[in-house]
Design a protein around this ligand. Sequence first.
Ligand code: PXP
Length: 249
Amino acid sequence: MASLGVNIDHIANVRQARRTVEPDPVPMALLAELGGADGITVHLREDRRHIQDRDVDLLRQTVRTRLNLEMAATDEMISIALRVQPDMVTLVPERREEVSTEGGLDVSSQRADLTIKISSLQDAGIPVSLFVDPEKGQLQACRDCKARWVELHTGTYAESNWTDQPAELARLIEATALARSFGLRVNAGHGLTYQNVEPVACIDGMEELNIGHSIVARSLAVGLQQAVREMRSLVQNPRREPLFGSYPG
Ligand code: PXP
């Protein structure tokens, strides 16, 4: 059964909209844990548009589940990770002009560089996950770079319409099986919502789903603890009947 990593970047987005001190993502992470989060994820971006260095330092001291630090594979970020010692680093592509992470990392075109960076983190006891599209070539490259984990990009699945969603889900299922046959452990995330998460949570071999926007959005209506509780229940007890397509009958 998959576990739930809660991404709290959007809480910091609200704070940074006013460059003030509230809402503070650090105590909100504790609320997410009280709601059942199995881990907390933050993305420290090069431009510091939401999560700040101080958040990462404090979260390292306060998170009682697991802290997953998402970051670009830059020298600056590697040295921050080595100092902070998160429980996992997820390497993602980063472009300043993007609203959010737009696609998977192109691991195959930067194998040599990534291999060195991954080993510097893993040798320091920090497992590395690579955020990639569900494609065979990328998964082979992840294996070649000796990453321990991959996070499959679910954005295309999440954005597809009802007609295309079964095929996108099939790609995720196939990629999960392939990654595991390579000895990689598998997480997934991006764009997952209360409406589309269950089929992904049913994938055999899927270990953790990282979900942010949808949970933070729902928390405005029901509070963060309850929003996390509801999402975790879908992730842990997903309906197994087909959810796609037409109205019943
Ligand atoms: N996983 C990765 C690698 C991401 O970059 C993001 C977005 O920051 C997420 C998961 C969470 O995506 P969402 O906010 O759409 O749930």
